[in-house]
Design a protein around this ligand. Structure first.
Ligand SMILES: O=C(O)CCC(=O)C(=O)O
Length: 307
């Protein structure tokens, strides 16, 4: 950081020469901003240090039942993840949904998907470039033929459930009433993720909390607490530069100080992803997941107004 005395003799930030007093005032403001950033980062580092000493820093609590009070008081409002094991086994979707079922009953309907992801390293950033629409059956053929692929993926941003032709599928889903608020009438509160084995969603955070339901196949998550932000190399909107499967330790040494937790979600499991928590996801099988974002909270979800 520039020292105050040194900057008094320097031109201002735009390179214009001004009277020394003006220049000094401007740098002082910069200095104050810098001090604030240092203090905020040190607060986050304090939370990280405290968390690392907890016996829960290396694992995510697994529960089979949860009340509304426990979910909100111990997880949602405290910004902590939780796995709800075999929590959706009673959904009709658990018995019905499979690639074959979708192909047979909805195969002719065009669906929006992402494709060409393997040709574009920045496939998330360039999301809109990599969107296409194909008959559902053709998409399902692509994913069932692929042994392992990250090339095609029907993701949340493809807004599958906004298509009225898939409305009947909503009957197969029973959002847990203790957690998800049915009074929210927005169309974007429930999303589908459907893809082959091998899809990778890069390390990112969301601006609100998510309840993630795994219907078919398994997924591997790498989760990092929100307060580890200073160690994440978050130089592009919601994304980290780091590939947590293949960490370049010379380029990203601080990443090793983050508390990374590995979790596998199985069919029937739910995972609560608190707002701001970093997550990276690889599908271990052909996978179908549903996510919810309508909670019993102000505005139906407490948003991180970050960017
Ligand atoms: O399942 C995936 O591939 C990604 C899920 C995810 O990142 C999310 O729901 O925020």
């Amino acid at each position: 950081m520039k020292d105050f005395k040194e900057t008094q003799q320097k031109p201002n930030l735009h390179g214009n020469k001004e009277a020394n007093g003006t220049v000094a005032a401007q740098w002082k403001t910069q200095d104050e901003i810098q001090q604030k950033i240092i203090k905020l980062e040190s607060l986050l580092n304090l939370y990280s240090d405290l968390h690392r000493q907890s016996e829960n820093s290396q694992r995510i609590k697994v529960l089979k039942k949860i009340s509304r009070k426990v979910f909100y008081e111990q997880y949602y409002f405290t910004n902590r993840p939780v796995i709800l094991r075999s929590f959706i086994n009673d959904w009709p979707a658990m018995k019905k949904w499979s690639p074959g079922y979708f192909s047979e009953h909805f195969g002719k309907i065009p669906v929006e998907i992402t494709h060409n992801r393997e040709k574009d390293a920045a496939y998330e950033k360039n999301f809109h470039r990599n969107v296409t629409t194909i008959p559902f059956a053709d998409f399902i053929e692509l994913i069932t033929k692929a042994q392992s692929s990250n090339d095609v993926y029907l993701v949340a941003r493809n807004y599958f459930f906004s298509n009225p032709r898939f409305l009947s599928l909503k009957k197969d889903i029973k959002p847990p009433a203790a957690i998800v608020d049915p009074s929210y009438q927005g169309t974007h509160h429930m999303k589908l993720w459907f893809g082959p084995r091998g899809t990778v969603t890069p390390l990112h955070h969301d601006k609100h909390s998510i309840l993630f339901a795994q219907v078919y196949g398994r997924k591997h998550f790498k989760m990092i607490p929100s307060f580890d932000l200073p160690k994440i190399y978050n130089n592009e909107r919601y994304y980290s530069e780091v590939d947590p499967e293949n960490i370049d330790v010379l380029k990203y040494p601080d990443f090793l100080k983050a508390s990374l937790i590995d979790v596998v979600v199985n069919p029937g499991d739910m995972l609560f992803i608190p707002v701001g928590w970093w997550h990276w996801v690889r599908s271990l099988d052909i996978s179908i997941s549903v996510t919810f974002s309508n909670f019993y909270a102000e505005g139906f979800n407490t948003e991180w107004k970050c960017l």
